[in-house]
Design a protein around this ligand. Structure first.
Ligand code: GLC
Length: 710
């Protein structure tokens, strides 16, 4: 519909209609509770047809159901305006893909794009118009259960992933078949919740907000994301959802976002609990003034927006602007011409869990799995006698907590994968955490014991914060009992967050992080264990020795008393008496089965001018006998600054394939804009001086060269 007609439609709507366009409810209000993604909400009694007139619904899905629901809602809506159907499709709709923290560990944004494209196609054919994804919150504290949903601790990597995921879901035009509108979340800095406790306040400086937390949302906005979701937390002591500086000054004026802003689940109402709003009316007023367009599942807008305008407390102009953005989103999706968009029962049969998506789910897990340690125990040999221990070895709850509609019965467990793919290997399973004599006897007589430890997806996700990230006692005891009878162990970790397991890591011969690998991910884990796939993942988030090191990141600062290079405690230096400063495994860490050799870094020039560019190059050789995908990483350090600067920051990744014996040259372009940061007056600038550029296989690389910005 042309914009002028949209304008005419807006002008023809009553104030009541306009207010309802800014309300999102979930199925229970229509007597259809399919999924609840937050606490059940109770609203004052409303006329039976009122819920059918709202602008959008959360949680409804399925082609036939949504076609029927759309018909009902449009029939009742006075101008027959189509509704928007929104859902959390974060790591898959029906096909489960590896969770985002795993996708981040692929160090491969194009894989992220592929996954979001496949997930979006499944969601679109099921009648959905908007996905509440990507979640791009920077995370550096794995006490927070939602680190599972993030692509990790690094600013640059999260920006690349945010861009790729928006492009995957939306394509060139989200009106197109198989595409849908994306909603970046949670704006902003939800991952900075104090002490990793979900829904907690944040206490970060304006500098840290702009330098570390905002860039990934900006990357999504620059990629054309259609919606932004406000976060539950406060920033600078103000709830994000009613934070005008955040939503209007930063998001709209600075970042140039022109799309729809939707609150998180009940977040407008929650400003009352935050104690910054007196009641629903006050919360509604603050939210619309701050620039929050849609009220997700709270009574604030539906009960107060009309009277706030009628009483002159809210200018109708603000409501019109918000409604116009919602109408434009519906128009951009083509809903005025085709209110069902891609919804098709026939299409569902063809697309949902199709072979291509199941294969992608497996291939993705090959790239997201991270080999953390290997003293030669991996790959397993097919003539070994192997005993597999641990309930997680046969647990199908490994598709992630947002896999709301992923078919758990079709999720392949590690036991199923090994039994199916390696049926000729002598493997016996004790898929329990129980320490039994029978299991111990079998373990003692085995050549190697494979333990499946960590968390399934009921232990990690929204609201599932833990104060202690130590591997659970049951799993520590299980490992110790096995280790006592057989020192040859390989440990596979499942889960959605870095856990603290220094003792297990020290004792086990090999440690593989499988994360929550999705519907067919266990096939990939099995292939890696038996050497039919070469691991290529790199940690998207650091694994600390202990909870007390959190929050932690490789992009740390030196402090005024940097710890000298020693394992010992150093009095009067910035260090702990009981643990190192560094994590057990840092961001960017990961091994493969191949020895990859790097030449020294050669620079096309050692001086960079403001408008110039230099190239940092290495030759990378696969000196092993197995093909490998190698994530070649570029890290840069600004040696001196007007404010403190991190000891290194990821600024480039080239994930290349190398056949056995093959070598390739990888070149990274370095330009002045890459070196910019917020200086002490909050100007986003670069500063002349010396820089280091390192290129290597992990974030620990010392393979570098110095250059100067003139
Ligand atoms: C939840 C989450 C958010 C999700 C929304 C709708 O509370 O915070 O990420 O998109 O509600 O399900």
């Amino acid at each position: 519909m042309e914009r002028i007609k949209l304008k005419a439609l807006l002008n023809d709507m009553t104030l009541e209609e306009k207010a309802l366009q800014l309300v999102q409810l979930y199925g229970a209000f229509l007597g259809d509770v399919d999924v609840l993604t937050g606490p059940a909400m109770s609203f004052a009694k409303m006329p039976a047809d009122r819920p059918y007139q709202v602008g959008s619904l959360l949680g409804e899905h399925g082609a036939e159901h949504l076609i029927d629901l759309q018909d009902k809602m449009m029939a009742i809506q006075p101008h027959h305006i189509p509704a928007l159907f929104m859902l959390d499709v974060i790591h898959g709709y029906k096909t489960g893909f590896p969770v985002p923290i795993a996708i981040g560990s692929s160090f491969n944004p194009s894989l992220a794009k592929e996954i979001c494209s496949a997930a979006g196609k499944e969601a679109a054919v099921a009648g959905l118009h908007v996905t509440f994804s990507p979640m791009v919150d920077l995370v550096r504290d794995s006490r927070w259960g939602r680190v599972m949903e993030s692509t990790g601790e690094d600013v640059w990597l999260n920006c690349q992933m945010a861009k790729a995921e928006v492009e995957g879901f939306q394509g060139d035009d989200f009106k197109d078949k198989g595409k849908l509108a994306a909603c970046v979340k949670h704006f902003a800095a939800y991952g900075a919740a104090v002490a990793g406790r979900d829904y907690n306040v944040t206490e970060i400086s304006e500098h840290t907000l702009h330098e570390d937390y905002l860039p990934s949302y900006k990357a999504a906005v620059d990629a054309g994301v259609a919606l932004v979701m406000t976060a539950f937390n406060t920033i600078d002591r103000k709830p994000c959802t009613t934070n005008k500086k955040l939503l209007r000054d930063i998001l709209r004026d600075e970042m140039g976002f022109k799309g729809v802003v939707i609150s998180d689940y009940g977040a407008i109402q929650e400003t009352i609990a935050h104690t910054t709003s007196v009641d629903h009316r006050d919360a509604a007023k603050k939210a619309i003034l701050a620039g929050c367009d849609i009220d997700m599942v709270s009574p604030c807008y539906i009960q107060n927006l009309v009277s706030l305008v009628e009483d002159g407390e809210v200018d109708i102009k603000l409501v019109d602007e918000a409604v116009m953005r919602v109408l434009e989103l519906k128009n951009d999706l083509g809903l005025f011409e085709n209110p069902y968009k891609d919804a098709s029962s026939e299409g569902e049969k063809e697309v949902l869990m199709c072979r291509e998506h199941l294969e992608l789910s497996r291939r993705a897990a090959e790239e997201t799995t991270v080999l953390l340690k290997n003293d030669g125990a991996l790959p397993l040999k097919k003539n070994q006698k192997i005993v597999v221990v641990g309930a997680l070895a046969d647990d199908n709850l490994i598709t992630g907590s947002w896999a709301l509609f992923v078919d758990k019965d079709k999720t392949v467990t590690l036991k199923q994968a090994i039994s199916e793919l390696y049926s000729d290997v002598n493997v016996s399973f004790f898929a329990s955490d129980e320490i039994s004599d029978e299991m111990l006897e079998a373990a003692e007589s085995a050549d190697v014991v494979l333990l499946a430890l960590g968390e399934n997806h009921t232990k990690t996700g929204e609201s599932l914060s833990i104060a202690d990230i130590t591997l659970c006692k049951a799993h520590r005891d299980l490992f110790d009992a096995v280790y006592k009878v057989n020192k040859n162990t390989v440990t596979v970790l499942f889960g959605g967050r870095p856990l603290a397991l220094p003792e297990v890591a020290q004792k086990t011969n090999a440690l593989l992080e499988a994360w929550l690998p999705g519907t067919c991910g266990a096939y990939a884990v099995a292939d890696i264990l038996f050497g039919d796939a070469n691991p290529s993942g790199r940690l998207s988030m650091s694994f600390p020795y202990t909870t007390g090191q959190l929050p932690i990141s490789y992009a740390a600062f030196t402090t005024g008393r940097p710890k000298p290079n020693t394992d010992k405690f150093v009095p009067y230096a910035s260090n702990y008496m009981d643990y190192p400063n560094v994590p057990l495994y840092p961001f960017g860490w990961g091994l493969s089965y191949t020895n990859v050799e790097y030449s020294g870094v050669s620079l096309s020039a050692d001086k960079l001018t403001k408008d110039g560019k230099i190239f940092a190059s290495v030759t990378v050789k696969n000196a092993g006998d197995m093909a490998v995908l190698e994530p070649v990483q570029l890290y840069i350090r600004d040696i001196k600054g007007s404010v403190v600067r991190p000891v290194r920051e990821l600024k480039g990744i080239e994930k290349i394939s190398l056949e056995a014996g093959e070598e390739k040259t990888v070149s990274f372009e370095i330009t002045e804009p890459m070196l910019r940061f917020y200086d002490d007056e909050m100007n986003f600038v670069s500063e002349k001086g010396e820089f280091m550029a390192w290129i290597g296989s992990t974030s620990l690389t010392e393979n570098g060269a110095k250059f100067v910005l003139e």
